[in-house]
Design a protein around this ligand. Sequence first.
Ligand code: G3P
Length: 226
Amino acid sequence: MIYLLDTANLEQIKRAFNLYPMEGVTTNPTIISKQKGSFINILKEIRSIIGENKMLHAQAISTTCEEIVKEAEYLNGILGENFYIKVPVIPEGIKAMKALKKKGIKITATAVFTAQQALIAANAGADFVAPYVNRIDNISGNGVDVVGQIVELFANGNVNTKILAASFKNAQQVNEVALLGAESVTVNAEIMDKLIDHPLTTWSVDQFVKDFESVYGEGAVAYNAK
Ligand code: G3P
């Protein structure tokens, strides 16, 4: 399973891409609205930070097929080879996915809350489907179960569309969708840090340094320890 970062915050993107094996960035209109600057400039800056080879997913704002396609063509022309247009799984969005597929524009079906929405989007040509795990949990559903159903439906039908699970509140939700076979997740910067964080790891590293320095002196490391 691969990891993407769900933010448009440039500092967070720089930090996460520097530290972790990130494969891309996802945004949505809400995420973009939290940043200062023009919409297209924010996306261009993200592209320049992550490079041409990483995935960049950005959402169409329109709600009619014709307008969604126009937005997608505009963004796709500017944001390079690994650009994915996020299209909500509303009826006009599904229609737009069919049209975008014919045009060779990569598609991420978004705002997915049920397995059937995911399957219909996949049949319409989506490359990724993005189930919103925590938003499902928040309405007393089970987001991880929905991801499990999508995994099953895609496997049963030999569907090539991949799952990009989104909307996480904690590291455990991420691990559960990973175990079910989701190919990718998009998480915010805080959850990305939490996925690698463990108090016993931190404690163990501190202890290793302390024990080593007690014999070889303060600041001793492999290349200068005598
Ligand atoms: O990118 C869409 C998804 O990540 C939404 O997440 O945390 O706003 O539910 P959230």
